[in-house]
Design a protein around this ligand. Structure first.
Ligand SMILES: [Zn+2]
Ligand SMILES: [Zn+2]
Length: 419
């Protein structure tokens, strides 16, 4: 029997690596240029963290987590999203006692039992940031700018930013009453899912994708018309900051987050036309989450971005990630003595900071074919003649020219100091 990768998972093969190297290095550079520090949390956490921190009525926790009992009987869950673990770590490590705000970023694998589709996997990777301890909207704008700059530096320029404010604990209840009232009058016209949402999570009514619910959503009261004075000025300041940094945006009343600890800012970035199903990234404020997890009242905001989906967008836009063009030499050998010379030379080159590998134990022609297939830039050829004269053949595989050189010259040529 032959095993296959589990449904919804995929191998990142060597030929895909340039994309991943590009995304990871760009994410690290940009986040650190904004003053964010990297955090890595464990791949699994106490199940309760996600029940409390993501919400037990969400699809993620209801249907999508990989939850298991370990051998000690504890219930653990593979990380389905990045925010709750970072909040847990912020509290556990006393980062709330540091000067605020605390700015963190992460690059981590996540796991969700979802229906696999293009750009969406059950094991996927996320770039995300979280900021704790600042209520002012300049950090909201900053978080949005990080995700925007990341995507535009990768070459995804044709994107649109959508913004909304869903108010806070003070003004949202009043808004939700209005929304309930509006929907109760139209109860017979809404879809089955919406009937359920009307009972448990009315904000998510605005998120419905069903055709017949769209005209009802169009006419629904909007949260930004029901903001209290504090939320109103936060919203106005946010828009000014975003305009100041020169990012175009649209306001969309349908952009919501259903859970109580979300507040004020919600945003999404998507390619044009294709609609909300193709959203590349989104984020928002979660001023109540730290408190929900047992900490002191602490404002927070962040985004999460699936990197597989970013790569899919890069490929769709025919944006290529550059191959690493660094020199690497393959030392070919003909005969047993030559093999010993070859392993020694390769080892010396590597210890001098260069890159070298030994050719496979086959004929010369086959070794050179191998060199080309693994992307070697050069080949050194050692046989009995070369050993007796001390002059090895050095072939540049990219230019197909060949010269002779001693072991010392070759070592000098490939050691890291040569350029
Ligand atoms: Zn609906
Ligand atoms: Zn408010």
């Amino acid at each position: 029997m032959q095993f296959k990768a589990p449904r919804g998972t995929t191998d990142i093969l060597p030929e895909e690596r340039p994309y991943w190297r590009l995304l990871e290095s760009t994410a690290e550079r940009i986040a650190e240029n904004f003053g964010y520090l990297r955090i890595d949390t464990p791949i699994f956490e106490d199940t309760g963290l996600f029940v409390k921190g993501v919400g037990d009525s969400t699809d993620i926790v209801e249907k999508e987590t990989y939850t298991f009992k370990d051998r000690g009987g504890d219930s653990l869950t593979l990380r389905p999203e990045g925010t709750a673990p970072v909040c847990r770590s912020y509290l556990e490590n006393g980062m709330n006692n540091l000067p605020q705000p605390v700015r963190l970023y992460y690059l981590v694998p996540n796991f969700r039992y979802e229906r696999p589709q293009s750009g969406r996997y059950r094991a996927f990777h996320q770039f995300g940031v979280e900021v704790f301890g600042e209520v002012k909207p300049y950090v909201d704008a900053e978080v949005i700018e990080i995700s925007w700059q990341f995507l535009s530096e990768l070459g995804l320029n044709d994107l649109s930013l959508t913004l909304n404010s869903i108010g806070d604990k003070k003004c949202r209840p009043g808004y939700i009453d209005q929304l309930n009232e509006y929907y109760h009058l139209r109860e017979k016209d809404i879809c089955e899912d919406c009937s359920r949402r009307l009972a448990n999570n009315p904000l998510r009514l605005l998120d419905c994708k069903v055709e017949t619910c769209q005209p009802i959503i169009e006419g629904a009261p909007s949260s930004i018309e029901h903001l209290c004075p504090d939320c109103e000025s936060h919203w106005e300041d946010l828009k000014s900051h975003i305009s100041d940094i020169g990012i175009p945006f649209e306001i969309d009343n349908r952009l919501v987050r259903g859970l109580d600890y979300y507040s004020r800012t919600v945003y999404e970035i998507a390619p044009p036309i294709e609609g909300r199903t193709s959203v590349i990234t989104g984020g928002g404020r979660y001023d109540g989450l730290i408190e929900q997890l047992g900490g002191p009242m602490t404002p927070g905001i962040g985004f999460g971005m699936g990197l597989e989906r970013v790569i899919e967008n890069l490929k769709r836009n025919e944006i290529k990630a550059e191959q690493n063009e660094r020199d690497i030499v393959m030392v070919a050998h003909i005969g047993d003595n030559a093999l010993r010379k070859a392993t020694t030379l390769a080892s010396q080159i590597r210890r001098h900071g260069g890159a070298a590998m030994v050719g496979p134990s086959r004929g010369l022609r086959s070794q050179l074919r191998y060199a080309t297939s693994v992307g070697a830039s050069h080949a050194v050829i050692i046989g009995d003649d070369e050993i007796s004269t001390g002059a090895y053949k050095l072939r540049n595989l990219r230019k197909s020219d060949q010269s002779e050189a001693t072991a010392e010259e070759i070592l000098a040529f490939f050691s890291s100091s040569k350029d």
